[in-house]
Design a protein around this ligand. Structure first.
Ligand SMILES: C[S@@+](CC[C@H](N)C(=O)[O-])C[C@H]1O[C@@H](n2cnc3c(N)ncnc32)[C@H](O)[C@@H]1O
Length: 272
């Protein structure tokens, strides 16, 4: 992806790092490392607080592998998240930014909750890409890993534009071979925000109400947290000004429209 489009969770550092401090987070698990932009911030935090960072990514970029060599205290599990939970204990905080589809995110959250219950730790999860384009449309890094009954029809070549539910062949925001996107937006079991909402409803059905903050910038950050945690009121107060903030949403919509225009100009130039 072009440098024109910031997309790392590290862009939220000014929100995330104080949140980790007030929750007293020591041991952290990150799903999805890519270049390690967020990993390096989390590794510094863990080292400073006497904890450990575990980073799960089956195919990180070479820059992350190089960084790992200088940071042997970071544990890297080179497998898809849902295959990695058997190797994990509960963490104080979770970062969910791997494969952005309903099946993966919903089951990641179920596993995170189960480990927390088993090990007696409150839930604190930061989830990325809860806004457009993944909010209501699945994206698949590895479609074959998604059971057929949960996998929507998808395309590697067709793209999406904000406000346009159907894909456009060879145009719009698309994976260009690196990921596929569902051909239909919306409906049940489709998208990252839908996965979070279904998880919150599942938890409520089990008698557990969770807090949820939605920060509409840089593809959308979600924070899911235990309302019973000793730090929950302080965290809620910290996040409240950003939660569904209209100015942030307007800026994000504008940024995406501008970037879609860049893609359009690139496509026109490539077509000659
Ligand atoms: C958007 S990038 C992560 C960016 C990073 N969290 C940051 O904020 O800088 C997504 C990463 O998730 C990884 N990934 C894809 N499917 C995954 C899965 N099932 N489990 C863990 N990681 C996955 C990809 O290899 C890719 O490196």
């Amino acid at each position: 992806m072009s440098d024109l489009l910031i997309h790392s969770m590290s862009e939220f550092a000014d929100l995330i790092m104080p949140a980790l401090a007030l929750a007293g987070a020591r041991d952290i698990v990150e799903i999805g490392a890519e270049y390690g932009g967020m990993s390096s911030l989390l590794a510094d935090h863990c080292r400073h607080h006497g904890g450990t960072l575990t980073s799960i990514d089956p195919a990180p970029k070479a820059a992350f592998a190089r960084w790992l060599q200088d940071n042997p205290h970071v544990r890297h599990l080179a497998k898809p998240s849902l295959d990695a939970f058997a190797d994990l204990a509960a963490a104080d905080a979770w970062f969910v930014d791997g494969d952005h589809n309903w099946y993966t995110v919903y089951h990641e959250l179920l596993q995170i909750e189960a480990l927390g219950r088993r090990d007696g730790k409150p839930l604190l999860a930061f989830l990325h890409d809860i806004g457009w384009p993944c909010a209501r449309r699945d994206q698949y890094c590895a479609p074959d890993l998604i059971p057929a009954e949960f996998r929507h029809p998808h395309s590697y070549d067709a793209g999406t534009r904000p406000g346009t539910p159907h894909l456009i062949e060879g145009r719009g925001f698309r994976g260009m071979g690196s990921f596929a996107i569902a051909t239909i937006e919306g409906g049940p079991r489709n998208g990252v925000l839908t996965a979070i909402e279904d998880f919150l409803a599942h938890s409520l059905g089990g008698g557990r109400e969770l807090g949820f903050a939605e920060i509409p910038a840089v593809f959308g950050l979600g924070v899911v947290f235990d309302l019973d945690a000793p730090w929950s009121a302080a965290l809620a107060a910290q996040l409240l000004p950003f939660h569904q903030n209209r100015l942030l949403r307007t800026l994000e919509d504008n940024r995406l429209r501008n970037y879609l225009q860049v893609i359009e100009l690139q496509d026109i130039a490539a077509a000659g």
